[in-house]
Design a protein around this ligand. Structure first.
Ligand code: C5P
Length: 298
C-alpha cells in the first residue's frame, strides 16, 4: 500500500517585502500563483523508520536527512497523532531545487497529505494547514494551490479568483540561491532606508481576476529581485534576453535564481522559450501555465 501526491511549483506575481521583524522574518504581501511544474511524493510504510529518497535530474542536490521538509512534515504529523513516522518518502523531483519556486515547500505539503492518507489520521484541512505554516512560510500555499495572497510571513492565505490561464516560460539557472541569504541581502541593500509596509497591488489583483496577461505583466513586481541580482548579476542578462524575445513581463521568481516570463499565449511561450534557450543565458527552459490546483492525492 502506498499513496502518491502530486504538488505544483509557484511563482510570485507580486512579492512586496517589509522591514525585518524582531524575529528575523519579514512581513510580506505575497501573491502566489501555482504553475504546472510538479513534484510527486510517494509514501510507503517503512518498518525500519523514516527514510527519504529522491529521483530526477537534480536529485543529487536534495538533502535526504531530517532537514528535508518532506521528512519534517512526516515527523510533525506523526507527533501530533502520537505515532512513529515509519514511512519511506520518495520524491520524484521536477521542480527546480533552491530555485525560488517553492520546491522544498511543495515536498513538505505533499508528504503531509500523503502520510495523512496512508495513516488515515483524518486530520482536518485547518489542522493540515496549521502544520504547513509551522514547516515554512510557503508550505500552506503549496497545499492550497490556485492563486492566493499570503500575508504575515507569507503563511496567512486569502484565496484569489483568477479569470483565465496565464502562460509562462521559466529559465532555470545553474545552482540555487539560499532564501535566507537573499533576505539578508535585501536587509543590507535597504539598510538606512524607510522600507514601506507591504501591500497587495489593487491593479495586480484586478489583472488576475480578469485573466488579463498584459495588465498583469505591467504590475509584476518582486522586492527581492535587486537582492537576487546583487548575488547573481548574470540574471540581468536572462531577464533582458526573455524581454527581447517578446515576453510581456519578466521577473525573478521568489528568491531566485529561476526567472519567470509572462507570455501572451501558449504559442508565444513556446517561441520565447526557444529564443531564450538559444541565448546561452540560462541552463534550461520550461514552458507551463497557471493557476493549477494544489497538492492532490493521485
Ligand atoms: O519560512 P521559511 O523557513 O521557508 O523561510 C526561510 C528563510 O527565509 C527564513 O529563515 C528567513 O531567513 C527568510 N524569510 C524571511 N521572511 C519571510 C519568509 C522567509 O525573512 N516572510
Amino acid at each position: 500500500m502506498s499513496v502518491t501526491v502530486r504538488v505544483p511549483a509557484k511563482v510570485n506575481v507580486q512579492l512586496a517585502v517589509g522591514a525585518a521583524r524582531p524575529d528575523g522574518f519579514h512581513d510580506l504581501a505575497n501573491v502566489f500563483l501555482a504553475v504546472g511544474l510538479y513534484d510527486e511524493v510517494t509514501a510507503t510504510p517503512s518498518p525500519g523508520g523514516l527514510r527519504v529518497t529522491c529521483s530526477g535530474p537534480d536529485a543529487g542536490q536534495v538533502p535526504l536527512d531530517r532537514t528535508n521538509l518532506a521528512a519534517r512534515a512526516a515527523e510533525a504529523l506523526a507527533a501530533r497523532y502520537g505515532r512513529t513516522p515509519d514511512v519511506h518518502l520518495h520524491i520524484a523531483k521536477d521542480i527546480p531545487v533552491a530555485g525560488g519556486m517553492a520546491g522544498g515547500s511543495a515536498d513538505g505539503a505533499a508528504a503531509l497529505l500523503a502520510c495523512d492518507a496512508l495513516w488515515k489520521t483524518g486530520a482536518s484541512r485547518p489542522d493540515l494547514l496549521e502544520i504547513c505554516a509551522e514547516l515554512g512560510s510557503d508550505v500552506p500555499f503549496s497545499m492550497v494551490g490556485g492563486a492566493a495572497l499570503g500575508t504575515g510571513r507569507g503563511e496567512t492565505l486569502t484565496e484569489l479568483e483568477v479569470g483565465g490561464t496565464f502562460h509562462w516560460v521559466f529559465a532555470l539557472a545553474d545552482g540555487g540561491l539560499s532564501t535566507p541569504a537573499v533576505f539578508r541581502e535585501f536587509d543590507r541593500l535597504t539598510e538606512g532606508t524607510e522600507v514601506p509596509e507591504p501591500v497587495a497591488s489593487p491593479q495586480l489583483l484586478k489583472a488576475l481576476a480578469e485573466g488579463d496577461a498584459h495588465a498583469l505583466a505591467a504590475t509584476l513586481v518582486n522586492d527581492l529581485q535587486p537582492a537576487a541580482l546583487s548575488l547573481r548579476p548574470s540574471l540581468a542578462g536572462t531577464l533582458a534576453a526573455g524581454t527581447a524575445a517578446g515576453a510581456l513581463g519578466a521577473l525573478v521568481s521568489g528568491s531566485g535564481p529561476t526567472t519567470a516570463f509572462l507570455c501572451a499565449s501558449a504559442a508565444a511561450a513556446e517561441k520565447i522559450a526557444e529564443t531564450l534557450s538559444a541565448s546561452g543565458t540560462c541552463r534550461s527552459v520550461r514552458v507551463t501555465a497557471g493557476p493549477v490546483p494544489g497538492a492532490t492525492v493521485l
